[in-house]
Design a protein around this ligand. Structure first.
Ligand code: HEM
Length: 227
């Protein structure tokens, strides 16, 4: 049985992740003790299948957004030359990173500030991809829709109402904060680039660093099969 597609509890694509912590899905602090317990218990059961689940999610995201495919394609090409596994960002590495990320998130459910800071940190780390690789907020939205459908229809999650509701809340907040961190970092960079002339040298240094990073990681456009 395909554990990720046969549940009666299906989410429709039209269901928006924009119904978030500011909307009617609540905040992490609003989760009840038993919802937090349900999250931890279902994550323990999901974790052995997490690679399969996240691989399906990222593959589906690639289909939904060709930009994602291009970004991972570039990262895989760079990896072919780069022996530094800690700094690789291929889809396979992302599958492991996302599993680790959920482990960390679920251990901070009682500290909303830390929980939000962790997510926003990941969102802002992707802002560098906006310039050279056209990473944009809609990628987070699509990721949210797909994750909502895949995770929330998993039999481990649909088993109890508590777990279903808690995972919906968690994923909605996750996407909201990933997007918030990403857009915040972009705004910050634009602001410092345009208004703070004294900081220009620093910005240029940063840009040079980004350019080098992109040259290393991203400048393979001419080899891409997509235009
Ligand atoms: C929940 C989803 C995601 C998680 C947990 C995640 C996690 C991470 C982490 C931890 C890093 C290293 C950041 C750093 O330098 O400190 C990273 C970088 C990266 N991620 Fe993701 N990521 C996610 C989604 C995505 C998506 C959807 C894409 C594809 C479009 C992507 C592409 C990349 C790339 C290319 C880098 C390297 C950026 C660079 O050159 O520094 N990530 N990601």
């Amino acid at each position: 049985m395909d554990e990720l597609s046969t549940s009666p509890y299906q989410f429709r694509r039209t269901q928006s992740c924009r119904v978030t912590n500011k909307g009617n899905l609540g905040t992490i602090a609003s989760l009840t003790f038993s919802q937090k317990q349900a999250l931890n218990l279902s994550w323990r059961l999901l974790k052995p299948q997490a690679s399969t689940c996240f691989r399906k999610i990222f593959l589906e995201l690639e289909i939904a957004s060709p930009k994602v495919k291009q970004i991972f394609y570039k990262a895989a090409l760079v990896d072919a030359f780069n022996k530094d596994e800690d700094n690789s960002a291929t889809m396979e590495v992302h599958i492991k990173l996302t599993t680790k990320f959920f482990d960390e998130l679920l251990s901070t459910l009682d500290d909303e500030n830390e929980f939000v800071a962790k997510i926003r940190g990941i969102g802002s780390a992707h802002a560098i991809l906006a310039k050279g690789s056209n990473f944009s907020s809609d990628i987070w939205e699509r990721l949210g829709e797909i994750a909502m459908e895949r995770v929330c229809s998993h039999e481990v999650v649909t088993k109890t109402r508590e777990a279903s509701r808690a995972w919906r809340t968690l994923i909605a907040i996750l996407i909201d904060e990933l997007r918030g961190g990403f857009e915040g970092e972009l705004r910050q960079h634009r602001k410092s680039s345009s208004t703070d002339q004294i900081e220009m040298g620093k910005v240029e240094d940063e840009e040079e660093l980004h350019a080098k990073l992109q040259q290393l990681r991203m400048d393979y456009n001419h080899t891409l099969p997509y235009t």
